[in-house]
Design a protein around this ligand. Sequence first.
Ligand code: ADP
Ligand code: MG
Length: 660
Amino acid sequence: MANLQTDIRYLKGIGEKKALAFQKLGVFTLYDLLCYFPRRYEDRSVYKPIALTVHGETVCIRALVADTPRLTRIRRGLDLVKFRAVDESGMVEITYFNQSYRKDGIHKGESYVFYGKIEVSGARRSMTNPVCEREDTEGGVTGRIVPVYRMNAALNQRTILQAVRQALESCREELPELLPEEIRALDIARRRLVFEELFVLACALGKMRETRVKEQGCRLEPVEIEEFYAELPFRPTGAQRRAVEEALADLASGSVMNRLVQGDVGSGKTMVAAALVWAAWKSGLCSAFMAPTEILAQQHLTTMDRFLSPFGIRMGKLTGSSTAKEKREIKAKLQSGELDLIIGTHALFSQDVEYKNLGLVITDEQHRFGVNQRSAMIGKGTRPHVLVMSATPIPRTLALILYGDLDVSIIDELPPGRQKVDTFAVDESYRARLNGFIRKLAAEGRQIFVVCPMVEENEDLPMELKSAEEHARELQEAFPELKVACVHGKMKPKDKDAVMAAFVSGEADILVSTTVIEVGVDVPNACLMVVENAERFGLSQLHQLRGRVGRGSHKSWCILVSDADGDEVRARLDILCKTNDGFKVAEEDLRLRGPGDFFGSRQSGLPEMHVADLGGDAQVLQRAQQAALRLLAADPTLQEHPALRERVDRLFHDSADSFN
Ligand code: ADP
Ligand code: MG
């Protein structure tokens, strides 16, 4: 008989190798196994008719295999098994890569459950490597809610799940309730508080959206957008067209637009902005485009000029470093309506800038701006339309929470022909080769980014943590023939921009920095991104950093240097080595770290939560959100719920100071 202290080798299917793999996860006994909690749960309990599935969605379908699975060997090490499966509503093509055993395990004319991601292309639906099992398989992983565990190479979900199930079976009696009744009741109380807090937040966001929708905005005249596309140096992608269309619909609606355009680095958000500037200009309105740094403002000016000069759109730039004379001239022009587009930094919205006919405000890289800055812009006279662009891919549900007061367009497609940035995770033993690589690339005239983690003066930090300045000194010693520049967050903005400008113009070969370069700088000649202490960065952040290279015609690389041990660090960095898709990276990031950390750094703009954890309590949040929307639909101004209304109104008011 087994008890909680029994070794896991006792379980069916757990041999020596798997036992060792479990031990790596800290699981030795059945008790350890029962404490190895899932990271999350997947709802696989609902079967969806094939015809109702949509692109990108992960679903369970129940379908009949329509033809005999065919095995094709593409080349050594790559074979496919392909077949079609049907239900009453439709057909899906299923492909397995390198799972040749599927050919004999799946039979024509029999029914199975498939769980996986649906891809739709035209009228065709397909699934790749879905989970497949017969309905009602004992110990199966479909047709129910399934826990998802942290894995490692030797342990897959099914193994862990089956081990946990067995352990539960054998030890059920030994698991008495330890918590006294009162304490359990406390937990219920906490959940109630969490729900309440999130409900109030959801009401506040929902109400903001409600009132905004009713807010009158200037209605743009209808445009023939093909006129604009015809002058572009490239063909817009489907996703760009969609985003433009959604925004144009807002602009023509008569209500104020508040839209977030989200797209991976390099997905072409700037063109979307240009299309709207063009549309506003067609209606005789001026647009303002705000960038977080002077460098970016300059870059946007160059790009916008390329897109918009064919139409004779008049543009100017206004930043903190414009001379007094320049500022005076630009301001006069804005006041008299002689400019159609002004690009700049925060300076655009300082008090003494007046706009004659401001119709559209665009801000780039939203995570640098908080809600109150957005409203400062909106406060400029009339109600301009607002477009916010962000390169932080966040799964849509989370975006709705974080940007609850905005509508969201997602650009989920990169322009054709993009090069993949080859990514490698290496340790310190690779240093000499890395230096050799840097030397070779620099000799070919390429430039190199090196990013170090942000370092505060702090004695507790491990010695090996690279500080940007120190690392820059080391590199300069190692490469006396090259010019190494350094930029970090403690520098004055002006100095920072000067260093960046020197790098952009090619004066420096290597730029060592903290994450100040994370935000969209474009240096097409840079083809190598080195990240030191890569374990210190979030996956999405690393992905942003990687997006700084691969922007020109040169083959590009990203090298993640980390000496940290641990399977988890490896697993994280491996994700970047395997995919270049920012949304996938974000999803994995969420899965591995849990949403708590993911949100951590970018909660700006939302009031501080006291009991709820916006990430960790995501499910409660979703329920709270649904409840709030239902309530607001019935009572939009919360007139019938005065106490709630007061709380809701106070929420954003009280925390206004904490917005950054
Ligand atoms: P991001 O979304 O990161 O701001 P950008 O707007 O800077 O991306 O676009 C990245 C690059 O891709 C730019 O050089 C831009 O001119 C180019 N680009 C944008 N859209 C397309 C397209 N549809 N086809 C080809 N190149 C494009
Ligand atoms: Mg950009």
